[in-house]
Every structure is written in structure tokens, then in C-alpha cells.
Design a binder for this molecule. Structure first.
Ligand code: XMP
Length: 333
């Protein structure tokens, strides 16, 4: 599939038979395009890059070199899981880069949301390019581009303005001039998930909620500090665990914790306890352009609150964000 327009008669991939037919066809296409050359992939662990990785491992095995950049803004255990699934279980050629210090040092004292986004996006490309330059004879760059990305670029080319500068890999420096391999570029998200499961990826990975490129960086509001970031990571893990337990994870499109850069006075062990508030956001949407707030049963909210205030160092209150989009965007920054 060399062009970027989905043929009108292209059948929607809704089951494993159709997914397997797509996989077989793509394996042939990829082998034909790549030959015996090497392909590089930035593997974030998101649905799209994970499915591309699994497909390419199947098509070309160790000719694929995956680079997972941990920018220090990942959720709890996320990078560990990427390594476990792709390196340990699929035996993929995976380079793990812990770039936490590079990112957090650059972000120190930066509170403007757009500046934070730009720094994270640019540094991601720097770290990835540094890794790419260490490797010889790479000819191709695989990307998890999907059809909505193509439609979005067309919209932007027509001059429609974006609210936030979303980041994804792309725009590598000129000396890294790779040919692109984009096997998912004509698929919609639901089709990518079916293909992912047909490739043997875990259900939880393929159906995981969206996670923004700048990661927890846009949820640790204002200037990021390591202690507040750690508190955010722990509180977010509790929220996800509890949503999994009560079945909400399957019903709510996106749910996460945000921690603003303010402290309030509280009390703990009979003494004054200044802490941050953890803010819960749980929304449903079809296309992320508008969103409604999900109703969470009070007993679930109480349990999550009790766990967060008792288990997470530095948090003394838990709040719920009841704002739809518009006016609130889904992320706070
Ligand atoms: P907003 O906050 O704009 O978010 O209402 C809409 C959806 O986009 C996700 N999001 C991002 N996704 N890179 C991404 O890949 C980004 O930089 C980014 N920023 C926001 C957000 O999580 C929500 O699902």
C-alpha cells in the first residue's frame, strides 16, 4: 500500500480472520520493501507502536531494532512491561534507554505547558537520534502512523489550528534520512487493536487507554519536581488498579490523576500535614474532540481516596474533576 488514501472498498478489520489476512499481506509487503536491511522503531509501548513492533518482529525478526526511550514521565511499571513483553517474551531486538535525568534536568523550573511540551518533544527526538547514530546500516524507520493521523495532517495542511502541540516521533534531523515503513497507515484504531490481538499482544496492552506523548509531564502541573512526579505515579497506579478491579477500566475511555503545584494544610498523626491534592479525571469520548465526565460510584471514589491519602507520600486531599470538554481539555496542560 504505497499511497495514503484508504480505498473506499477496503473491508473493515473486525475479526481475527480478516486481521490474519491483513497480517499475511503486510508481512509480504514489508519483506518486499525492506529486503535484508535494518529497520528502526521508536517503541513507546502505546498501542500503535506496539502493534507495528509485533508485526515487524513477525515479518523480519532481528532486522528490526526497537528503541524504547524512558523519558522518566512514564506511568508505574510501564517501561518494565515494554521490556518484558518485547525483549523477554517476543525476543525482539530492543534497546532500552533510561533518559530520565536528561528530561527532568531540562524541565527543571519550566512551568509553561507549551514550553514543557516542546522540550519533551524535542528531547525525545534528540535521545532517539543519538541512539540511531550509534547504529550502523539502518535504512528504514518504522512508524505507528494510523489513518486518523493521516487525516489530521491533511486537516493541518489545510490550515486548521491545533489547540495543543501534540508530539509523536517524526521530524528527525536531516542526517538521519530513513525511508518510512508504515504498515498501519490505512487502519483505524479499532482495526489496529484487532490486528494487535491477532499478533498475540496482551489484551491490556492493545486496549489500554490513550496516554499522551509527554506522559505524566502534562499531569504534574507547572514546574515538575521529582517528589511530586513520584506521588503522581503512585496515585495514578492506585486509580488504575481500582478501576481494573471494579470493571470501570473497560467502560471509561480515559482516567488518570493530575497533581497541581499547590499545597494545602491538612492533619496527620495529630500534626500539621501540608500536602498536594490529587485530582481524578475520568472521561468518555468518541473522538477526543469533546468529552463527558463519567459517573463514578461513591464507594469506589471513597476507596480510591482512602488508598491515595494513606499510601502516597505527600498527598493530603483527593478531588474529582467534573468538567466536560469543552471547556476543559482532557489533559490539564
Ligand atoms: P486534550 O487534552 O487535547 O486531549 O483534550 C485529547 C486527547 O489527546 C491526548 N493527548 C496527546 N496524545 N500526544 C499524544 O499522542 C500528545 O502530545 C497529547 N496531548 C494530549 C490526550 O491524552 C487525550 O486523549
Amino acid at each position: 500500500m504505497s499511497n495514503n488514501v484508504r480505498p473506499e472498498n477496503m473491508q473493515r478489520i473486525t475479526n481475527f480472520d480478516l486481521a490474519n489476512a491483513f497480517i499475511d499481506e503486510q508481512i509480504k509487503e514489508i519483506r518486499k520493501q525492506v529486503g535484508n536491511k535494518k529497520v528502526l522503531l521508536a517503541l513507546s509501548g502505546g498501542v500503535d507502536s506496539s502493534v507495528v513492533a509485533a508485526l515487524l518482529v513477525k515479518a523480519i525478526g532481528k532486522q528490526l531494532v526497537c528503541v524504547h526511550v524512558n523519558h522518566g514521565l512514564m506511568r508505574k511499571d510501564e517501561s518494565k512491561n515494554v521490556v518484558k513483553i518485547f525483549k523477554d517474551e517476543m525476543d525482539a531486538n530492543l534497546i532500552y534507554v533510561d533518559a530520565t535525568d536528561r528530561f527532568l534536568n531540562l524541565l527543571e523550573n519550566v512551568s509553561d505547558p507549551e514550553k514543557k511540551r516542546k522540550i519533551i518533544g524535542a528531547e525525545f527526538i534528540n535521545v532517539f537520534a543519538d541512539e540511531a547514530r550509534k547504529l550502523d546500516d539502518i535504512s528504514f524507520l518504522a512508524q505507528g502512523t494510523i489513518y486518523p493521523d493521516i487525516l489530521e495532517s491533511i486537516k493541518q495542511a489545510e490550515g486548521k489550528k491545533a489547540v495543543k502541540s501534540h508530539h509523536n516521533v517524526g521530524g528527525l534531523p536531516e542526517d538521519l534520512n530513513f525511508e518510512l515503513v508504515e504498515p498501519l497507515k490505512l487502519l483505524f484504531k479499532d482495526e489496529v487493536r484487532v490486528v494487535g490481538e491477532a499478533l498475540g499482544l496482551p489484551h491490556a496492552m492493545v486496549y489500554r487507554q490513550p496516554f499522551p506523548g509527554p506522559g505524566l509531564g502534562v499531569r504534574c502541573l507547572g514546574a515538575i519536581t521529582r517528589d511530586r512526579l513520584n506521588a503522581l505515579r503512585e496515585a495514578d497506579a492506585i486509580l488504575r488498579e481500582e478501576f481494573d478491579l471494579c470493571g470501570l477500566a473497560e467502560k471509561v475511555w480515559q482516567y488518570f490523576v493530575v497533581i497541581p503545584d499547590i499545597k494545602s494544610v491538612g492533619v496527620k498523626d495529630e500534626g500539621r500535614y501540608e500536602g498536594w491534592p490529587a485530582i481524578i479525571r475520568a472521561v468518555n469520548t468518541v473522538d477526543a474532540m469533546t468529552a463527558t465526565v463519567e459517573e463514578i460510584p461513591y464507594p469506589v471514589l471513597h476507596k480510591i481516596t482512602n488508598r491515595i491519602i494513606n499510601e502516597v507520600e505527600g498527598i493530603n486531599r483527593v478531588l474529582m474533576d467534573l468538567t466536560p470538554k469543552p471547556t476543559g481539555t482532557i489533559e490539564w496542560e
